[in-house]
Write a protein that binds this ligand. Structure first.
Ligand SMILES: C[S@@+](CC[C@H](N)C(=O)[O-])C[C@H]1O[C@@H](n2cnc3c(N)ncnc32)[C@H](O)[C@@H]1O
Length: 522
């Protein structure tokens, strides 16, 4: 749709007496002139002025794509970039020199538009997709009738030339400029399904490094000058970095569809590729899933874990899910290691952080047995429930604290009672996991009693329930008022120290709890 109703060339504007021309941003597609749209050809034919950006050497890729449609009576405006490297003596630096250039270029086009001429700004690919046209659009579209003609992007062209599906079903496509820092590229590449990295050339080494760090170099494809003369496609890992021009992209195609036409080949064929990655999904939804964990979940052949946590992971075609009861930890660990030994990539799924009262220890315990000595195991960190609950309440864990599970299923209550008393005597903040359940109802009352021997009844206690989930509630109560009936298996308790502050703000609408980092001397 045009951004405003186009007016015929040379007509008087509704606001003034001067005739106004029409501005077009014309997408030309990725390079092959036969991929220009019918509309792009029409607009070029009707234009008085043909403008295009070009580098200092004067050659313009956009002009060369549209060349066969240009006529001798077209007025040509070459908008020649002032600098091609980042070294300039402009007082505002490279950015300042570019801003001046865009201002001057826009003024030149505005002069034609004011004279009632139709101006077509040519753009390789699509005008609003990483295109120079946008700098003219931002300066002129609010002043003149403007229409943008979409074009086939290099993303579509690259996928077409590779002849491989790009995204299917629920897969997510991420488009990245190769100019981002390597760390950022690696994180994004690890956490997405499909990807296209643009603007290669000098950035190629960094992009290759990021693909490697994300564990995705093997999947990466390379497309140079898609649909143009000199086109090249292939496996990215085999490309000589010195040979890569700016007009090239890296592609991670769809992981869903094998090109064999049949079902996906059994990934267990190569025992060398098998591994176990122990991950935590964070305390609740996908907002607290790290990019690394997201990537590991997507790359896994098999998901193994307590059904509640496995259910948090979106379904993927071809991925097998093995949900089980939350009590069979060592059987689950052994099952995962056995699958990995046969060449499967297995993600063992926990909630929160996998190393905090969760599956990582169970997996490492079994992995320490001789029969699994050669199976690679990695543990990826996650956001814990204590961190999430603390953040909702403020910063109660800002000073020294202890993490304790109140469950006496795996250790005797006497040990728990001793540790509670020791932590309370040491004036540590306490993050209490597994505080109670339908069958464990007395532990919270007993813990309160032990803590009150060292803390005042006014000590703030945060009750974080289902934090980040649909039934989230975060309440703050006095330790003296802590009611065990209000605590269940989905609750985490944070008990303040003698220094923890409890403050009401915004007229009592907000309550915050925080523990200062400084401790009184003496
Ligand atoms: C077996 S532990 C798992 C801990 C997890 N690995 C972590 O890093 O937070 C289960 C306990 O974690 C706490 N918990 C986990 N998710 C929670 C959430 N979203 N809100 C409040 N507490 C949570 C509860 O105390 C629950 O009883």
């Amino acid at each position: 749709m045009p951004t405003e109703q186009p007016m015929p060339t040379g007509q008087t504007s509704p606001t003034g007496q001067t005739p106004q021309g029409q501005l077009y941003g014309v997408g030309l597609g990725p390079g092959d002139p036969s991929l220009m749209t019918v509309r792009a050809v029409e607009v070029i034919a009707s234009a008085d002025v043909i403008a295009y950006h070009s580098a200092r050497h004067g050659r313009s890729i956009a002009r060369s794509i549209a060349a066969e449609h240009l006529r001798a009576d077209h007025i040509e405006e070459a908008l020649v970039y002032p600098v091609t490297t980042e070294s300039t003596d402009h007082p505002g630096g490279y950015r300042g020199a570019l801003d001046d250039f865009y201002e001057e270029a826009a003024a030149r086009l505005a002069a034609h538009l004011d004279a009632g001429r139709t101006v077509a700004v040519l753009a390789e690919g699509d005008p609003l997709f990483y295109g120079s046209y946008q700098h003219m659009h931002k300066r002129l579209a609010h002043r003149y009738p403007t229409e943008v003609i979409p074009g086939v992007t290099s993303v579509s062209a690259a996928a077409a030339r590779l002849g491989e599906p790009l995204v299917e079903a629920e897969e997510v496509l991420t488009i990245l400029p190769g100019t981002l820092p390597e760390e950022e590229l690696a994180a994004r590449l690890a956490s997405t399904d499909s990807a296209v990295v643009m603007k290669l050339g000098r950035t190629f080494g960094k992009v290759r490094g990021a693909l490697e760090r994300a564990g995705r170099l093997d999947e990466a494809r390379y497309v140079e000058r898609a649909t143009m003369k000199g086109e090249r496609t292939g496996s990215l890992a085999e490309v000589d970095p010195e040979s890569v021009p700016y007009f090239s992209v890296a592609v991670l195609p769809s992981r869903v569809a094998p090109l064999t036409g049949g079902p996906a080949p059994e990934p267990s064929a190569d025992p060398e590729r098998g591994e176990v990655v122990v991950v935590g999904t964070g305390p609740a939804g996908p907002l607290w899933l790290t990019p690394e964990t997201r990537g590991a979940l997507a790359a896994a052949d098999d998901l193994v874990g307590y059904t509640t946590y496995v259910d948090r992971v979106p379904h993927r075609p071809g991925q097998r899910r093995h949900g089980s009861d939350n009590r069979v930890e060592s059987e689950r660990a052994e099952f995962a290691l056995e699958l990995a030994r046969r060449g499967r990539r297995v993600a063992v799924v926990s909630g929160g952080d996998p190393g905090v009262f969760a599956m990582a220890t169970a997996v490492l315990e079994v992995a320490s047995q001789d029969q699994f000595a050669d199976v690679p195991v990695r543990v990826l960190p996650g956001v814990t429930a204590a961190n999430a609950a603390a953040a909702r309440a403020g910063a109660p864990l800002g000073h020294d604290y202890v993490t304790l599970s109140l469950s006496d299923r795996l250790k005797p209550w006497e040990v728990i009672a001793e540790r509670l008393a020791a932590a309370a005597a040491a004036d540590l903040v306490l993050a209490l996991y597994n505080p109670g359940s339908r069958s464990r109802t007395w532990q919270v009352g007993k813990a309160r009693e032990l803590l009150l021997a060292h803390r005042t009844p006014d000590t703030p206690v945060v009750l974080g329930r289902d934090v980040g989930g649909p039934e989230e509630s975060v309440r703050i109560v006095r330790l003296g008022d802590l009611d065990p009936a209000e605590v269940d298996m989905r609750t985490l308790l944070i008990v303040g120290s003698s220094q923890t502050q409890w403050v009401r703000r915004r007229g009592g609408r907000d309550q915050i709890v925080w523990t200062p980092r400084r401790y009184p001397e003496g």
